[in-house]
Write a protein that binds this ligand. Structure first.
Ligand SMILES: [Ca+2]
Ligand SMILES: [Ca+2]
Length: 301
């Protein structure tokens, strides 16, 4: 008799656990998304007082608030998959509920600009003349693949035009997208590059209509279609008051530049630390579940 009671209690416990889990998933899926203004604030908060820059990923994981609260600066991570997202780049993970922000750079690390690196597309145009000049970004290969640049700006703006300064083999621009504050990528323009391929250099100005503010845009280049390196000197945003904004950080599909020597290395110690951290998280989650289970059983009595 005693035995039977034990088993039925256990079964009941498992059922309750399943119910709680389902409820948690349900709540997570139906949480109202934060408003755009709040998300702009969240983005700033996720920079951890200016500690990080160049957002690589923004991943919504409602339930991680249970483990990490409203804010968590998790540090550098090398995991390539998380919450169903794949092919993640290594970076600094910061949680501002309900999003993970994955950053490429630590701003305290001072680096010079590499010849033809993506960072050459930050700031105002600084390349005089047309040609293969180090102060513009160049891809790894001349025509090996389609390329893209993601440009991050200091402020959130509603652009009315995007101006792409093409200084070598222009004419490959075919698409421009912008990221909403919730991380969603939206197409702003697609078509034929307004700069002719035989014009040496040019400023490709594409008018855009966005009904949201953005601080990250991406430009797409059909490099195989335009022979030679299709170099980009700078990419500006213009708003309705004709004010110009220049990128503060740039990420690229590839680059002719050498990798930075001080890039965080993937050492065995780092991998071990991350494994430990993940284990700790699992234990915390398990503990929380047990507590919930205990409470539920108590109520049942
Ligand atoms: Ca090309
Ligand atoms: Ca430049």
């Amino acid at each position: 008799m005693r035995h039977r009671l034990g088993w039925s209690a256990l079964l009941m416990g498992l059922l309750v656990l399943g119910g709680l889990f389902a409820l948690r998933q349900f709540n997570g899926a139906h949480a109202a998304p934060p408003a755009a203004d709040a998300l702009e604030e969240a983005f700033k908060k996720a920079r951890a007082e200016g500690k990080y820059r160049m957002l690589l990923h923004q991943i919504k994981v409602d339930k991680d608030a249970e483990t990490y609260g409203q804010f968590k600066d998790l540090g550098h991570q090398t995991r390539t998959e998380y919450a169903g997202q794949k092919e993640l780049s290594p970076g600094y993970w910061v949680y501002v509920a309900p999003y993970w922000y994955v950053w490429r750079d630590k701003t305290s690390v001072q680096r010079g600009k590499r010849a033809w690196g993506p960072e050459q597309a930050t700031g105002e145009p600084d390349t005089d003349g047309a040609g293969d000049i180090q102060t513009a970004w160049a891809s790894a290969s001349q025509d090996g693949q389609k390329e893209w640049l993601t440009l991050e700006y200091d402020e959130f703006v509603t652009p009315t035009a995007v101006l792409v300064h093409e200084t070598f083999n222009p004419g490959s621009l075919y698409r421009v997208t912008a990221f909403k504050p919730n991380g969603e990528e939206v197409e702003l323009w697609s078509g034929t590059d307004p700069t002719e391929t035989d014009s040496g250099r040019g400023i490709s100005e594409v008018p855009v209509k966005a009904n949201f503010k953005t601080n990250r845009i991406r430009i797409f280049l059909d490099s195989p279609a335009v022979p030679g390196w299709n170099e980009i000197d700078a990419v500006g945003l213009r708003d309705k008051d004709k004010k110009m904004y220049w990128a503060v950080a740039v990420d690229a599909s590839s680059t002719y530049a050498q990798p930075f020597q001080d890039a965080p290395a993937v050492t065995p110690a780092r991998v071990r630390d991350e494994r430990l951290e993940r284990l700790e998280q699992e234990v915390r989650e398990l503990r929380a579940t047990v507590e919930e289970l205990k409470k539920a059983v108590k109520k049942d009595k």
